[in-house]
Design a protein around this ligand. Structure first.
Ligand code: HEC
Length: 153
């Protein structure tokens, strides 16, 4: 057991060393882009899976909805920090210039999105299918509204 812990510790330090000290999503604009894009991709997977259940593409499974909603409640809090580090506006990323001119509005939309995900999570915990579907629809409306304004094609 002790041996296993030591080798895990060595493995972790090896990973950190091999990536070098400069790889940090919160000081490096390009790493910040990778971080937030990865968060959005994971958000998309969780959203699509819930949507597939409501559409009957896969069987409805409350426990599975709850797991996805729990993940979304956390994941939707992640991308915004990576838009707000110094230099983020000079990094790549598929964003419209309007985003940097309206960062406050953008951040507020991010907060509403996360709040709607928290409401979805709560509805999922309650277990009522219609309530979950309503919260899900509300949550999903955020994507297009924000993309239309701020995401580049
Ligand atoms: C508050 C604004 C906002 C909301 C809400 C939002 N997005 Fe996005 N999304 C963006 C922006 C901006 C980008 C571009 C990020 C970049 O390239 O740096 C993006 C990019 C993406 C990407 C592409 C990531 C990549 O690999 O390039 C996916 C997928 C995505 N969003 C899915 C979603 C889904 C699904 C939802 C709703 C459940 C959602 N987003 C809600 C702003 C938002």
């Amino acid at each position: 057991m002790k041996k296993a812990l030591i080798s895990i510790a060595l493995l972790c330090s090896g990973v950190l060393l091999s990536q070098g000290a400069q790889a940090n999503a919160f000081v490096n604009g390009e790493d910040a882009v990778s971080y937030r894009q990865a968060a959005f991709q994971t958000i998309r997977f969780n959203l699509v899976d819930i949507n597939d259940m409501f559409r009957g593409n896969v069987p409805y499974d409350l426990e599975r909805v709850q797991r996805r909603a729990e993940a979304l409640a956390t994941l939707t809090q992640l991308p915004w920090e990576a838009f707000n580090i110094p230099g983020a506006d000079h990094a790549s990323g598929k964003v419209k210039a309007a985003l940097w001119q309206n960062l406050e509005d953008f951040n507020q939309r991010g907060e509403k999105f996360a709040a709607d995900a928290a409401a979805l999570h709560e509805a999922a915990q309650g277990g009522d299918r219609r309530a979950i579907q309503g919260a899900f629809r509300e949550f999903a409306n955020n994507c297009k509204a924000c993309h239309d304004n701020y995401r580049a094609d």
